[in-house]
Design a protein around this ligand. Structure first.
Ligand SMILES: Nc1ncnc2c1ncn2[C@@H]1O[C@H](COP(=O)(O)OP(=O)(O)OP(=O)(O)O)[C@@H](O)[C@H]1O
Ligand SMILES: [Mg+2]
Length: 257
């Protein structure tokens, strides 16, 4: 089976990208025994902390070491960390990821740069590679989208989020139109959904604009915030919660996609 690459992206901060990347990754391993590698391209390094691990400069080495020979491949592979969870591995990031981003900019790497780096994992029989990205626009985000077969854009159901959503969608369209990107937008994932008027209205706006591309919303849930401080995924912290069910459902859609 070929590995499917999924990038979680939105240039707005705090919309649930990392929460989605981590819980989607874990959900895919749990019900479907899918082998998943999560790669944290955000200098905040929060995938590791959400999994109860230390942030480390794995992403820096992933981004700055070309897998040209077996030596380099072995070197990059040393940064793949087990997470203590079956089938789930992580390449953790930390603030050094910003340095990698700057180096790539200086070297003016091609748009296909990150996709080429994935050759490192060609023999790993991975079912999914999931990229978490940082809330900004820049070389890394663009290249991570270009590397993806599918992109998921979490977006908070509040009016302030809709503007940056349309910017992210424009970036994606430009990659397809001008840079020959072969992947696609899997969907817009409404997050922080609640019963307020603003939340309901902005979900409706999303549906008017994006139609079928709007995935089932993830409700605002305190357990999602709490499980992070415990270093647990939602399936470990509150497996019977609505939030767990919602991320489980998302993983089913991804699995069948
Ligand atoms: N559905 C939700 N309900 C309540 N809290 C949530 C929800 N989703 C995420 N959170 C919390 O909101 C905060 C921001 O979420 P998260 O870090 O996943 O967003 P992000 O888009 O990755 O942020 P950044 O852009 O800074 O990387 C975290 O404290 C997280 O626990
Ligand atoms: Mg994040």
């Amino acid at each position: 089976m070929t590995t499917k690459i999924i990038t979680i992206s939105n240039q707005k901060g705090g919309v649930g990208k990392t929460t989605t990347a981590v819980n989607l990754a874990h959900a895919l391993t749990l019900r479907r025994n899918q082998k998943v590698l999560l790669i944290d391209l955000d200098p905040q390094g929060q995938c590791a902390t959400q999994l109860g691990m230390d942030s480390q400069m794995g992403a820096y080495y992933f981004l700055t070491t070309l897998p040209a020979s077996t030596n380099e491949i072995t070197f990059i592979r040393q940064w793949i960390r087990g997470t203590g969870r079956d089938f789930l591995q992580l390449i953790p990031g930390n603030s050094m990821t910003s340095a990698a981003q700057m180096m790539l900019g200086v070297q003016e790497q091609s748009i296909s740069y990150i996709r080429e780096l994935l050759k490192t994992f060609a023999k790993d029989h991975l079912d999914y590679i999931i990229f978490d990205t940082s809330p900004s626009v820049g070389g890394l985000q663009e290249r991570a989208i270009w590397a993806a077969d599918l992109v998921i854009i979490p977006t908070a159901t509040e009016f302030a989020s809709l503007d940056s959503l349309s910017k992210t969608v424009t970036t994606i369209q430009a990659l397809r139109d001008n840079k020959n990107w072969k992947g696609g937008l899997m969907g817009v994932l409404p997050t922080f959904f609640d019963t307020t008027r603003e939340s309901r209205d902005s979900l409706q706006d999303l549906q008017t604009t994006f139609g079928d591309l709007v995935l089932s919303p993830i409700h605002r849930a305190t357990v999602l915030r709490e499980c992070w401080s415990e270093g647990k995924t939602i399936f470990e912290y509150a497996p019977n919660s609505r939030a767990a069910q919602e991320y489980q459902q998302l993983s089913e859609i991804v699995f069948k996609y």
